[in-house]
Design a protein around this ligand. Structure first.
Ligand code: DGP
Length: 114
């Protein structure tokens, strides 16, 4: 938690291209974009991964997903579509131990993901 890079972004200790913030959630551009639009939505609370959620987080997660849709629409992706991804754990490629929702769009996505 103390040296969590996403906690530091949420606390404005390190810079990021913020696209949204409120008392619960922060959204910013991914530093290593994998699509023309690639944003990350994080909770301000330090939750290490999807696997650490409990029922007390249900409203937070619902808001995060609705924010993903709103931000994607704001980027003009509402018609063509976009993808929301949560990597959980090493096999999925999670590299930052703070729950985050990737919002990707602006190109055709392959399936299955690599
Ligand atoms: P994941 O592999 O699912 O844990 O995704 C972590 C993402 O976080 C990855 O796409 C790159 C991004 N990222 C890592 N460090 C930083 C940072 O300091 N700033 C920003 N904006 N993004 C970061």
């Amino acid at each position: 938690m103390g040296d969590c890079i996403f906690c530091k972004i949420a606390g404005k200790e390190i810079p990021a291209s913020l696209v949204y913030e409120d008392d619960q959630l922060v959204a910013f551009g991914d530093a290593n974009p994998q699509a023309p639009t690639h944003m990350l939505i994080i909770p301000r609370e330090h939750i290490p991964s999807l696997g650490h959620l409990d029922s007390g987080h249900d409203q937070l997660v619902g808001r995060a997903l609705r924010l993903a849709a709103e931000l994607a629409k704001g980027k003009g992706l509402g018609e063509r579509g976009y993808r929301v991804v949560v990597n959980c754990g090493p096999d999925a490629g999670q590299s930052v131990g703070h729950l985050h929702f990737h919002v990707l769009g602006g190109r055709v996505m392959g399936w299955p993901p690599g």
